[in-house]
Ligand binder design. Structure first.
Ligand SMILES: *Cc1c(COP(=O)(O)O)cnc(C)c1O
Length: 379
C-alpha cells in the first residue's frame, strides 16, 4: 500500500471494540436487546433527551420502522428532499407511498423550507427533513407546517449525531428521528442505526415492530406472562456484538468530535480565500445550527471543474468524492416522477465535492490537501 495515499474516510476505532465484543460473548446472550444495547440506548436518551431509543441494524431500518409506525399506505404522500441518500425515500416507497421531492436551499444542500407548503395536499402524511452534513434544517419552519396541516416529522438525522438546532439535539425535535452508525458516520459499528422516539404515542408499538411484531420486550420486563404475535413488524434489532462495538465508540464521542472539528476548522481556515480567486463556495452554517464536522465540502463552479479537481487530487494520491445523484432523476424513480425541475438539487449533484475527513487525518495532510486545491485553482 502506498503510505502517502490519503483515503476519503477511515472508520474510527477506539481500541476497546474487541474487548467489549469479548465481554458480550462471555455474557452468553449475543442476540439483541441485551446489556450493551441497553447501555447504548440509555446513553442516547440521557444525552439527547429522546423519550425512547431503539438500536437498529441501520438508519434505513429506522426509516422503515417509521413508515410502519405511521401505517403508510398506497396513495399516501411523503415530502422528501431529492438531494439525499436512497433510503430516505425507499423506506416509504416500500409501503406504497408516493414521494414528493422537494428542492434544496440555495445556500445549503438541506431541504428548502420555503418550498414545502406548495407541495402539501390532503394526502400528505409526513415531511422527512435530512440534516445534510449534520447541519440542522429550520425546524421551527417545519414545525409550523406540521402543525398547520397535521403532518408527522421524521428527521433523517443519519449524519447528525451530536449536532443541534437552537441548542436542541437533532433527532429529538421531530415525532421520530433516524440515525446511522454506518462506518462512514461520526460514530460507527460497521452497519448500525437507531430510531429515536419523541412522540410518546409511538412508544408501545415501536418495541413490537422492532421485535417481529411480538410483545417480547414487555414479556422480558415481566409486564405480561406470555408473548406472541400482536402486530406487523420485522427483525430490526442488532446483535449484542454490534451494540458492544458501538458502545466502545460512544465512550469516545467527545474526543472524536474534538478532532473532527479541529480538522474542519483547519480546512475552513486554509481555504478561506479560495472563493476570492475561484467560483468555489465553502459550507454555510445557519445561525440556528451547530456544526458536528460530519463533512467538509466545496461547491465548485461546474461539473467539469469538479471532475478536473477530483482528477488533480487523485494524481496527488488524495481521494475526494462527489455525493448524491438526486433521486428524482434516478433510474428507479424517474418513471414515476412528474418532471418538476429541482434546480438546486441538480446543482449539488453536479458540483458538490467532499474532502477527506476522519480523526486520523493529520494537520500536515489537511495542509497538503488545501495546497493542492489552491494549486488547481491558481494554475
Ligand atoms: C448514511 C445515510 C443513510 C443510511 O444509513 P444506513 O445506516 O447505511 O442505512 C440515510 N440517510 C442519510 C442522509 C445518510 O447519510
Amino acid at each position: 500500500m502506498d503510505l502517502t495515499f490519503i483515503p476519503f474516510n477511515k472508520p474510527y476505532l477506539s481500541g476497546n471494540e474487541i474487548d467489549y465484543i469479548r465481554q458480550a460473548v462471555e455474557k452468553g446472550k449475543i442476540s439483541g436487546n441485551g446489556y450493551f444495547t441497553q447501555k447504548c440506548q440509555e446513553f442516547f436518551c440521557r444525552q439527547y433527551g429522546f423519550k425512547k431509543s431503539l438500536l437498529t441494524t441501520s438508519c434505513t431500518d429506522a426509516l422503515e420502522m417509521s413508515a410502519l409506525l405511521l401505517d403508510i399506505k398506497p396513495g399516501d404522500e411523503i415530502i422528501v428532499p431529492s438531494y439525499t441518500f436512497v433510503s430516505t425515500a425507499l423506506a416509504f416507497v416500500r409501503q406504497g407511498a408516493k414521494i414528493i421531492f422537494a428542492d434544496s436551499r440555495a445556500d445549503h444542500p438541506g431541504i428548502d423550507e420555503q418550498k414545502i407548503e406548495e407541495l402539501i395536499t390532503p394526502r400528505t402524511r409526513a415531511i422527512v427533513p435530512v440534516h445534510y452534513a449534520g447541519v440542522a434544517c429550520d425546524m421551527d419552519a417545519l414545525g409550523l407546517l406540521a402543525k398547520k396541516y397535521n403532518l408527522v416529522i421524521i428527521e433523517d438525522a443519519a449524519q447528525a449525531i451530536e449536532s443541534y438546532y437552537n441548542s436542541i439535539p437533532l433527532g429529538s425535535i421531530g415525532n421520530l428521528g433516524c440515525f446511522s452508525f454506518h462506518e462512514t458516520k461520526n460514530i460507527q459499528c460497521g452497519e448500525g442505526g437507531m430510531l429515536a422516539i419523541n412522540d410518546s404515542s409511538y412508544i408501545k408499538r415501536s418495541e413490537i415492530i422492532w421485535e417481529k411484531g411480538t410483545n417480547r420486550a414487555e414479556f422480558f420486563r415481566g409486564e405480561v406472562n406470555k408473548y406472541g404475535w400482536v402486530d406487523i413488524g420485522s427483525s430490526f434489532l442488532p446483535s449484542e456484538i454490534n451494540a458492544a462495538f458501538l458502545f466502545s465508540q460512544i465512550e469516545f464521542i467527545n474526543q472524536i468530535q474534538e478532532r473532527r472539528l479541529q480538522i474542519w476548522d483547519l480546512y475552513r481556515e486554509r481555504l478561506n480565500t479560495l472563493p476570492s480567486f475561484s467560483n468555489v463556495r465553502l459550507p454555510f452554517i445557519p445561525d440556528y445550527a451547530t456544526n458536528n464536522a460530519h463533512m467538509f465540502y466545496l461547491i465548485t463552479g461546474s461539473l467539469d471543474e469538479r471532475t478536473g479537481l477530483i482528477q488533480h487530487l487523485k494524481s496527488k494520491n488524495i481521494l475526494s468524492v462527489f455525493h448524491y445523484q438526486s433521486l428524482h432523476k434516478s433510474s428507479y424513480y424517474e418513471p414515476f416522477y412528474d418532471g418538476k425541475e429541482l434546480p438546486m438539487c441538480d446543482l449539488y449533484t453536479d458540483r458538490l465535492l467532499r474532502l477527506p475527513l476522519f480523526p486520523e487525518l493529520t494537520n500536515d495532510q489537511v495542509n497538503m490537501i488545501c495546497d493542492e486545491i489552491t494549486n488547481y485553482y491558481r494554475s
